[in-house]
Design a protein around this ligand. Structure first.
Ligand code: NDP
Length: 274
């Protein structure tokens, strides 16, 4: 019987997940489809009950439901528990199990670049995405992680939980050249021409990542590139979080590099093969 999958969110019409998963289903000859479903917060409980009733084999959860969905699922994987947020649900023995693939998706994307796990890495931001990323970086063996955030207290809390260090923004700006890898996780640059911190002291040898993917090149990445850094946008994270979900549903590891190219082109950019 044909299987079906979905992504639920509010808004949802902009989502590229249906394009990505339908492409992979077709490529691997899997008789399944993936649909975007607009679910408002007040409809979430009813929507999740309906998913089960109507036999969804799995689904993704996007903003603003990533936390609210937790008590409505049957089981939670460790990744979702740590992040207190779910982005992927798989049907296992008739039960919906929630996962969070965002952090591991980012790490897979980062590891396609020449990064040294033992050299200093700075995470800018301490929100939901940063949380998943810092835990995933630690799990992946990164040994020297420092977090900075506009609201320092949040950086300190995340550092305490993960055995990382926290510094205030002004110190991060002053010592930027000491970080071999810099990961920008705030929403700054999404809608405005602004930087989360000054890049005056950025050296040319760092790998600089921004998890925003639309725009493909934030002001932060533009400036880092102008300084000679190797830069990485958020498309790789988006594609890899989707690939990990796809693996959970089908057991198949899809081609992420081809999808990064397709999504980049869909967003109006030019794909550069590394
Ligand atoms: P949250 O709201 O949880 O966190 C937002 C973060 O941005 C906080 O650290 C916040 O700092 C900081 N911030 C917001 N405004 C400013 C500002 N004006 N100056 C400095 N810092 C600021 O959001 P998420 O962590 O869920 O998402 C963050 C970004 O990650 C979004 O842009 C989203 O699009 C992107 N994302 C990308 C994904 C991908 O697949 N590529 C997946 C998930 C998210 P403070 O604590 O001080 O408020």
């Amino acid at each position: 019987m044909k299987k079906w999958y979905a992504v639920i969110g509010d808004p949802i019409s902009h989502s590229l997940s249906p394009y990505m998963h339908d492409h992979w289903f077709e490529k691997h000859g899997i008789d399944a489809s993936y649909i975007p479903v607009h679910v408002e917060p007040k409809q979430l409980e009813q929507a999740l009950r309906s998913m089960k009733l109507l036999g969804a084999s799995g689904f993704n959860i996007t903003l603003p439901h990533k936390q609210a969905a937790i008590p409505l699922l049957d089981e939670l994987d460790e990744t979702a528990r740590i992040m207190n947020a779910v982005n992927t649900v798989a049907l296992e023995n008739g039960r919906y199990r929630g996962f969070n693939t965002d952090g591991d998706g980012f790490v897979r994307s980062l590891l396609s670049y020449p990064v040294d796990k033992d050299r200093a890495l700075l995470v800018i931001g301490a929100g939901g995405a940063a949380r998943g990323i810092v835990f995933a970086l630690s799990r992946a063996g990164f040994t020297d992680i420092t977090i900075t955030n506009r609201t320092f207290r949040r950086a300190q809390e995340l550092a305490d939980e993960t055995g990382s260090k926290a510094i205030v923004m002004a110190d991060a700006e002053a010592h930027l050249s000491e970080f071999a890898t810099i990961v920008q996780t705030t929403s700054v640059g999404l809608t405005e021409e602004a930087l989360p911190l000054s890049l005056t002291h950025l050296g040319s040898g760092s790998v600089v990542a921004d998890i925003i993917y639309n725009p493909l090149e934030t002001p932060f990445l533009k400036e880092a590139k102008a300084k000679g850094c190797l830069v990485l946008n958020g498309v790789g994270m988006f594609v890899n979080q989707g690939a990990i979900a796809f693996e959970k549903w089908t057991g198949i590891r899809p081609d992420t590099e081809e999808m990064i190219q397709l999504i980049t082109e869909k967003l109006g950019g030019n794909y550069v093969n590394r």
